[in-house]
Design a binder for this molecule. Sequence first.
Ligand SMILES: *Cc1c(COP(=O)(O)O)cnc(C)c1O
Length: 465
Amino acid sequence: MNVITNHMPTQDLQRLDAAHHMHPFTAGSELAEKGARVITQAKGVTLTDSEGVHILDAMAGLWCVNIGYGRDELAEAAARQMRELPYYNTFFQTTHVPVIALSAKLAELAPRDLNHVFYAGSGSEANDTNIRLVRHYWAQKGQPNRNIIISRKNAYHGSTLGGGSLGGMSGMQNQGCPVIPDIHHIDQPNWWSEGGDLSPEDFGLERARQLETAIHDLGPDRVGAFIAEPVQGAGGVIVPPSTYWPEIQRICDEYGILLIADEVICGFGRTGHLFGSEYYGIRPHIMTIAKGLSSGYAPIGGSLVCDEVAQVINDGGDFNHGYTYSGHPVSCAVALENLRILEEEKIVETVHDTTGPYLAEKWNALTDHPLVGEAKIVGMMGSLALTPHKASRAAFKSPVGTVGLHCRGKCFGNGLIMRHVGDRMIISPPLVINTSEIDTLIDRAVQSLDETYDLIRAEGLYEPA
Ligand SMILES: *Cc1c(COP(=O)(O)O)cnc(C)c1O
């Protein structure tokens, strides 16, 4: 077999990719026609493709490369661990040093009494674990019928059958999900699209109180848990109104239901706090973690579990659940090194004190652009709602996502990775992005918005629905 390397012509790589590689969340045949962009290297916040083009990655891969690309220390940590103990499991009364060290570190970093970790290979798997944890917990407490989990429409909790059933994204809902019974979805706190004439604060309360209504309708003795992302990420960086989380917390407390914060994106500094739960002052019983835990350098996820829930599970005999790669030693070693860098280089503090506010000021100023109705930003995650009519928050007449996709294409052309969710543009850059890189990000975003504006006006797409 010929060796396939970076030095093959791009078209050859694309042809092989199209022939044999099925891409996630992609229309395969459409992509095969065009050819995928081949990324060959990355350093800091910058990707390089097979044509030698540099691209500012304002998505940190998939929201995960928090400490930036190209950190040798993580490569060294992985290599060291692979030489010493590349693999061992933790199923049958065994353990190993990296998993012990990472668990102790996570217990130290996590808020309150989230002192216990159940490991998975990804965020999706961790949410699958959470379904089983919650149901087993209530069964152990003598309430086996308390198995309903309430989630939200347009939530993203992963792509396995469990994660996909918890999630509420319309594009996934008609492709084999949801399949897990006893999962119920309430509406999301997306004021821009769904707030109508209510103020954001009143709307936030109304959406939070849907949780209380659902608990009443389903039966307080049937509802075991509520799961949500502190800030919805893949749903379009939907930042909830200030009234939302305090009301959700009140309701969870009042009905004694478990609160699961899916911190897969918000965790490890993205909000300018170590966890999104700290930013919002919420007190989850379980947190889902992944992505930024290893800055994406190695696959790892997990559930951070509070003392009481862990105690009930631990006292309940065998918990018949786990993955071959739960607590994988190489991933644990990489995650530990990532957390060391995050702490020692004060990366979260820098986002909170310096680069976050700097980005926020420039990001919010994008509302001066004729296409941008709303700019939202928390720490290093931001969104822009594109609209043909700001005052009425109108959607475009074209099918949802048409304008967003045009804008994403323009960004690509200008050396910027910014994603679109429908007609919202979103960013989630590496947390190490510096002020001059932020300037570049904003310059390229403005250029791309200008070009999108010209294009959609020329094509008759600048029309309210
Ligand atoms: C990405 C994501 C997941 C799924 O994580 P994977 O590692 O892709 O399985 C779950 N929840 C949230 C909030 C995410 O953003």
